[in-house]
Design a protein around this ligand. Sequence first.
Ligand code: PBG
Length: 314
Amino acid sequence: MRASAGIARMVRETSLTPDNLIYPIFTTFGKNVADEISSMPGNFRLSADLLGKEAKEISSLGIPAVILFGIPETKDERGSSALDADGVVQNAIKEIKSAVPDMVVITDVCIDEYTTHGHCGIVENGKVLNDPTLEQLGLMALSHAKAGADMIAPSDMMDGRVGRIRRDLDAEGFGDLPIMAYSAKYASGFYGPFRDACNSAPEFGDRSTYQMDPANSREAIREVELDVQENADIVMVKPALSYLDIIYRVKNEFDMPVAAYNVSGEYSMVIAAAEKGWIDGDRVMMEILLSIKRAGAEMIITYYAKEAGKKLNG
Ligand code: PBG
């Protein structure tokens, strides 16, 4: 059955479409800023005024959604600038929605890009505190909702945050706003280029007191289970490539839409090897995206979304 391209098409089990893709956007303060991220070639820190044009391009490729990350002008211990109604992400949401009203704007909810210490929670005496962080996450989600976000994606890995954000959104009239939970998020070396992009590497210690141990798989099921109980609408596995087994398990054990995050290091490794002429970067990246879909994710957050979109549109 492999001898003819026509038959191969008929028996093909998995296909990737632009509908499966979510493009991450880094947005920053200022005007007319388009700063290429050196460790993530082809990706930029963009000021809000440039996002209308960016959103139109993404939409023209058939990609339905973006996820926003903010690089704020000021940081403090509590990540207060994350709650600013006039903050980087809040302004970005408004720009994108006014340029492309149909674009699904997802926002990453986590304070690490807004804190001086770079941790995802409130820190006291060198320790990241779970419960005191929840209030801040609820306020951040609400601030994104008020700015017009279409979906909230908490990536902090504090226990109980999905339930807390759900309650806070419901109480303020945002009962229809879905939550995409970063449910099984591992403490991973693959986040290196992202932390470089956001200047959010932790000042002390690492994230292993709240992100998952890469050695664990059953624990991922418990983490997803908790988020489902707390009313997450979509569950996510992150990173994707070294965790295809986790994506597969989650898809099989839960009747839930599953997202996977093809993270910065997974992207930049391929770009770097392709630059050296060691691999065909486009071919490898499409193979990676297909494998993530095959493992069970219907949504893939990827820095390669625009390139993949172009290829899929032929
Ligand atoms: C936390 C967050 C991170 C990523 C997405 N959300 C960084 C981290 O946990 O250190 C990483 C994404 C990537 O590497 O592409 N706000």
